[in-house]
Design a protein around this ligand. Structure first.
Ligand code: GTP
Ligand code: MG
Length: 216
């Protein structure tokens, strides 16, 4: 990096991997989002950043392996986004991240950027908390694995409240919040928000990016 200019951060990965969402979740407003690496008729972006955040959503494919292999590990951070869609629990995503890390020879951070972006910009409203408290005793996993099930009339008359909750927090956020409330029904909105923030996995990634940034 040449002296006199701020470090250049690039966020890259395949199309729809969650590059923009991650940029928001990390408040990396100066970071440049590249065009997707798998665009059928555009050339592959040049990854010249001082720090390159490479976003995956599953096992790395040939393009991901080739592009990350060309980067020095010191300036590369790999993210496994949409971690909540991998398997049925966080440990499945963590195991997938470990497998990818082994394949790429780089550390891989599992995150749910969509949830992290929400906890950064939204609060848990009194209405959210009421709806969550009303349904905290539900232990049927299907309720929070399928939107249709969570919105079923069988769960009560508050379908509109549940729909609003789902629109604001997605199934994963709702599932995490319900689990937390089951363990401690007295949790406040602020505490729940902190729990959801932690459940997004964004903090370890944030710390690593700042650590590297400081070094630059
Ligand atoms: N399930 C899930 N969906 C996510 C997550 N993060 C982003 N998405 C969704 O993935 C889709 C693509 O997200 P973007 O942030 O626009 O992805 P992108 O890589 O910037 O997309 P392009 O710029 O079009 O290549 C959107 O519908 C997001 O809501 C996540 O953590 N989990
Ligand atoms: Mg984008």
């Amino acid at each position: 990096m040449s002296a006199g200019r701020p470090p250049r951060i690039q966020i890259t990965g395949r199309s729809r991997a969650g590059k923009s969402t991650l940029r928001n979740a990390l408040s990396l407003l100066t970071a440049e989002e590249t065009r997707p690496v798998d665009h059928p008729w555009q050339t592959t972006p040049v990854l010249h950043g001082d720090l390159v955040v490479y976003v995956l959503t599953g096992p790395p494919g040939p393009t991901d392996r080739q592009l990350t292999a060309a980067l020095t590990p010191r300036r590369t951070i790999v993210v496994l986004n949409k971690a909540e869609t991998i398997g049925t629990r966080w440990s499945d995503a963590a195991a997938e991240a470990d497998r990818s890390a082994e394949v790429l020879g780089l550390p891989v951070f599992p995150v749910v950027a969509a949830l992290a972006a929400r906890t950064r910009t939204t609060t848990i409203t009194p209405a959210d908390l009421d709806t969550l408290r009303r349904h905290r005793h539900r232990t049927d996993p299907a309720c929070t694995l399928l939107a249709d099930r969570f919105l079923s009339a069988e769960l009560g008359a508050d379908i509109a409240d549940r729909r609003a909750l789902l629109e604001r927090w997605d199934l994963y956020g709702v599932a995490c919040a319900l689990t937390a409330l089951r363990h401690d029904p007295a949790l406040t909105a602020r505490q729940l928000l902190q729990i959801l923030h932690c459940a997004s996995g964004i903090d370890p990634l944030h710390h690593e990016i700042h650590r590297r940034y400081r070094r630059l």
